[in-house]
Design a protein around this ligand. Structure first.
Ligand code: TGC
Ligand code: FAD
Length: 392
């Protein structure tokens, strides 16, 4: 890949809305991505391999549990700082951001919010430092958008639980040390269980042949009569609302992350348009290319403001799940459209690994599907504004 010359677009001076701490955290993440992600990521995406050596760097910039209290090893930051870290990481690659958001919002968050004090003390510091990597098992082969239909289940055997079933499309699964797994008890109620690598009957085969999110490891979780110690159940919340509550936190991070991917595509296309000469002029001087670039910066600016406002609402504890859905849906859709337009501005060069755009575009095909598809988020907004459920 050519040298990372990224300059962050801030057309509406949104930096003025950030605190000094926000800017420090953001700049540290930005520098780290430039130094440790940009030079290697294309190669790892081509090889379809997660670069495990970056785990320590992710921990060092506070990407594992940014808002988890410091007493558990987290960074103790607010929601806007969390969002900014996700934005910067996804500026580098959505797959790397996936690892960070799964670890923070889908593994540390449920342990922190629904776990016992003993579980928090046992797992959170190791997850914050990157000594442990976690994954989150909700989706099943036959239950994606409809997780409430899950069939993975556990039975109370007196001194332990016996877990059976399978999860699919699980980020980080192939190398995760622990999995937060959602399964039904004998009454059909959903609970979270912490399953550790090495438990007999637990395997995590990798999913191959992905054209998207290639630098992120995706896999299955298979439970064949796994004996889970009773102390590994998350005691403080059960029901479908428990995993969905984690998704709120992860979707919020994605709303910011997608802005990062879009900023990178726009910045690359803008620079290229000013340098590339055709018909004796920079292609950026043609109205058709200017239209693309002007619309991109307009959409990025709107998405930045949406993410920032959502961060303020989350800091105040006032953001609704439906507001989070709107931001996830809008910002990912915005990013994927910008990636497609930016790719065109680069002409043939746009399809090569010399530039990040095609990788972002392909990654965003996963991002628009996971954590609730584009359609599902629209239906969440539809339900919120009409009171009428169009899911079923
Ligand atoms: P529904 O009846 O609407 O709700 C069941 C219960 O959950 C409550 N609830 C929520 N609670 C917290 N946060 C939310 N966002 C919530 N949404 C709903 C709700 O109040 C109810 O509570 P209670 O007490 O009345 O029982 O459930 P439903 O079965 O009709 O489904 C609704 C639907 C379709 C919106 C939901 O299931 C959904 O969001 N589907 C999409 C599935 C999804 O997003 N899966 C993501 C898997 S994880 C992932 O993709 C990780 S990728 C990570 C990466 O690599 O970055
Ligand atoms: P389906 O639910 O089968 O949907 C197929 C199509 O039907 C979609 O377009 C959908 O919008 C549409 N549809 C479904 N229901 C309705 C409806 N009621 N009305 C209208 N349209 C509808 N899951 C995890 O649990 N943990 C992870 O770490 C994780 N990581 C992932 C990583 C990757 C790379 C990918 C691709 C997925 C990951 N997922 C993970 C799974 C992801 O959350 C699901 O793929 C997603 O929720 C959609 O489920 P599905 O693929 O089964 O699609």
């Amino acid at each position: 890949m050519s040298k990372d010359l990224f300059q962050a677009p801030d057309y509406y001076q949104i930096d003025d809305l950030l605190s000094e701490e926000h800017k420090l955290v953001r700049d540290a993440a930005r520098e780290w991505v430039k130094r440790d992600i940009s030079p290697i990521i294309e190669d790892y995406a081509q090889k379809a391999e997660f670069p495990k050596q970056i785990i320590k760097g992710l921990a060092d910039i506070g990407a594992f549990g940014p808002y988890i209290p410091e007493k558990y090893g987290g960074a103790g930051l607010d929601q806007i700082a969390y969002g900014l870290i996700m934005q910067e990481i996804e500026r580098g690659d959505s797959g790397v951001r996936s690892t960070a958001s799964v670890q923070s919002s889908l593994v540390m968050y449920p342990i922190w919010k629904y776990g016992s004090e003993a579980q928090c003390e046992k797992y959170l510091p190791k997850l914050a430092s990157g000594e442990f990597i976690g994954c989150f098992g909700l989706t099943e082969p036959d239950h994606g958008s409809n997780p409430g239909g899950m069939v993975t289940n556990f039975k109370d055997m007196g001194d332990h639980y016996l877990l059976n079933g399978a999860k699919m499309w699980i980020s980080n699964a192939p190398f995760a040390d622990i999995a937060v797994v959602w399964a039904k008890d004998e009454t059909g109620r959903i609970h979270g269980l912490i399953v550790e690598r090495g438990m007999e009957g637990f395997s995590t085969p990798e999913t191959h042949n992905k054209w998207s999110l290639r630098a992120s490891a995706t896999g299955e979780l298979i439970f064949d009569n796994v004996k889970v110690p009773k102390e590994n159940i998350l005691p403080k919340k059960s029901g479908l609302g428990a995993p969905l509550g984690c998704l709120d936190s992860a979707r919020f991070g994605i709303a910011w992350g997608a802005v990062g991917a879009a900023m990178d595509c726009y910045d690359t296309a803008l620079r290229y348009a000013k340098e590339r000469i055709q018909f004796g002029k920079p292609i950026g001087s043609f109205q058709l290319q200017q239209k693309k670039l002007a619309e991109m910066i307009t959409e990025i600016t709107k998405a930045q403001l949406l993410a920032w406002r959502l961060g303020v609402l989350r800091n105040e504890g006032r953001a609704t799940s439906a507001q989070i859905s709107m931001a996830k849906r809008n910002n990912v859709d915005m990013a994927i459209k910008i990636a497609r337009e930016a790719r065109q501005i680069l002409g043939g060069m746009g399809i090569t690994g010399e530039y990040s755009i095609m990788r972002h575009m392909m990654n965003l095909e996963s991002v628009i599907t996971y954590e609730g598809t584009h359609d599902i988020h629209l239906l969440i907004t539809g339900l919120d504004i009409t009171g009428l459920n169009a899911f079923k």
